[in-house]
Design a protein around this ligand. Structure first.
Ligand SMILES: *[C@@H]1O[C@H](CO)[C@@H](O)[C@H](O)[C@H]1NC(C)=O
Ligand SMILES: *[C@@H]1O[C@H](CO)[C@@H](O)[C@H](O)[C@H]1NC(C)=O
Ligand SMILES: *[C@@H]1O[C@H](CO)[C@@H](O)[C@H](O)[C@H]1NC(C)=O
Ligand SMILES: *[C@@H]1O[C@H](CO)[C@@H](O)[C@H](O)[C@H]1NC(C)=O
Ligand SMILES: *[C@@H]1O[C@H](CO)[C@@H](O)[C@H](O)[C@H]1NC(C)=O
Length: 412
């Protein structure tokens, strides 16, 4: 029984424990609020009626009294309305998005509605209902979210893939699901693996509608962020990780050698077009590449090469259990502005998914200043990793690149 209900929640659903506020209690509260208001209204109207009939001439002198009563009642109505909105949120099972505000489309309410488990309480987990998850930051973009959730059910989705990504980049992650068909591409003939890793990806692998470029030739020479300088050009990508350009570059085989062939699965958060995963695939290591389609069709490109793209922002907790990866590969994309705690949340999550004894390859991490480098070094040292490789590049105006291969300690 439990397993059935749990399988439905493939990472996009969260469960909620039995809530004290059952629907019955909510209805009772609703009833009490409404009756309180009715009583207040009745008391007010009968009071003013008797007043005006017994002292008709003094009516105007008592205006202030009346307005006092009125404001009292208005305040009461206002607070009842707030209570009602709160109750609606509870009934819908969703507290952090204000579903009672205007312009919230019905499809979103429907998605967020709680669902009772068909066989009642699950004995193993103690849950009674399923709650669909949506990022709390979605609250900050209600208009975009409503736009995203406006479509014809069972029809084609609007041509708006970037809208979803826009929401993700604003922290609205996970996104709500939609009941419409996403845009597709024509059926393509896939290249066999491992040829697919280095052969030009067909323009037909991508539906270019809504993108600046209309083919991969256009993307080839482009610098798309710091992690993708011409990374759609497989001609130049071919050299990465197998040829060194500077002392900060390590070779895949050297790094794999540090683990005595004990690396089988890895997670790449360095951005780019899947070249790291491709090189690893040739060595029978399965790597998941984290990529958003920020500035180009990264996901389609990575998938067409025959490696695994994960569409997730780095602000999201990684959808993997603790201690699963043998290798994590990261670069400057890990850097975050602002409070050091922000970076710590990310580093702790990467540490979490890495196995004890697993390797963390920090690849050309760009430190804009000496302070930044010291901060990063201190943070890494606090994790107690063993430095298998540690290279600080040439300094240019205090800017420096740091590359390292670190081994996660066994903490018992
Ligand atoms: C206002 O109404 C009250 C009855 O509610 C009355 O006793 C009082 O005299 C009135 N005040 C004035 C200033 O007329
Ligand atoms: C690309 O997507 C648009 C919008 O969904 C659709 O109209 C078009 O037919 C698609 N193009 C291809 C080649 O599938
Ligand atoms: C992609 O389209 C361009 C024209 O837009 C063409 O020159 C190029 O050869 C195509 N590339 C592939 C791999 O199909
Ligand atoms: C990868 O696995 C295949 C099949 O097991 C094997 O033939 C090949 O030698 C392996 N390649 C490497 C680099 O380990
Ligand atoms: C750091 O590395 C990046 C690319 O990996 C390079 O473009 C940049 O020039 C390097 N900076 C320094 C100061 O070495």
């Amino acid at each position: 029984m439990g397993s059935v209900s749990l399988k439905i929640g493939d990472g996009t659903a969260r469960f909620r424990r039995t809530s004290v506020c059952s629907s019955a209690v909510n209805l009772l509260m609703l009833f009490s609020v409404v009756t309180t208001n009715l009583f207040a209204l009745y008391a007010f109207s009968s009071h003013s009626q008797s007043q005006s009939s017994s002292h008709p001439l003094h009516h105007s002198n008592n205006i202030s009294l009346v307005s006092q009563h009125l404001s009292l009642i208005l305040r009461e109505i206002d607070s009842s309305q707030r209570k009602l909105a709160q109750m609606e949120k509870q009934i819908l099972g969703y507290e952090s998005i204000d579903l009672s505000r205007p312009n919230i489309v019905p499809e979103l309410k429907l998605f967020l509605h709680r669902h009772q488990l068909p066989l009642g309480k699950d004995s193993r987990t103690g849950i009674t209902e399923m709650v669909s998850a949506v990022g709390h930051s979605c609250e900050r973009s209600p208009d975009l979210l409503s736009q995203y959730m406006s479509y014809k059910v069972f029809d084609r989705c609007p041509d708006d893939w970037s809208l979803g990504q826009k929401l993700i980049l604003r922290g609205c992650e996970p996104l709500p699901r939609r009941r419409c068909l996403a845009k597709t591409v024509a059926k393509q003939d896939l290249k066999p693996f491992p040829d697919s890793l280095w052969r030009p990806v067909s323009n037909k692998s991508v539906n270019w509608s809504g993108l600046g470029c209309k083919g991969f030739d256009c993307l080839k020479g482009k610098k798309i962020g710091s992690d993708c300088v011409g990374c759609f050009d497989l001609g130049t990508e071919k050299d990465r990780f197998v040829k060194v350009k500077g002392k900060n570059d390590f070779l895949v085989d050297d790094v794999l050698g540090l683990a005595n062939g004990k690396i089988r699965i890895g997670f790449d958060v360095s951005g780019g077009s899947g070249t790291f995963a491709a090189r690893m695939a040739e060595r029978n290591v399965t790597v998941i590449t984290n990529a958003l389609n920020n500035g180009g069709p990264f996901s389609e490109f990575i998938a067409a090469r025959g490696v695994f793209p994960l569409f997730l922002s780095l602000d999201h907790r990684f959808p993997f259990h603790d201690n699963v990866f043998d290798l994590v590969h990261g670069s400057s994309g890990l850097d975050v502005e602002g409070k050091p705690e922000k970076m710590e949340f990310l580093m702790f999550d990467l540490d979490r998914v890495l196995k004890p004894g697993g390797l963390f390859w920090l690849d050309n991490f760009y430190c804009a200043s000496d302070v930044k480098k010291k901060e990063l070094t201190r943070l890494i040292e606090r994790f107690g990793y063993k430095k298998l490789k540690w290279v600080i590049g040439e300094k240019a105006d205090g800017q420096v690149n740091l590359s390292a291969v670190l081994q996660k300690p066994v903490r018992v």
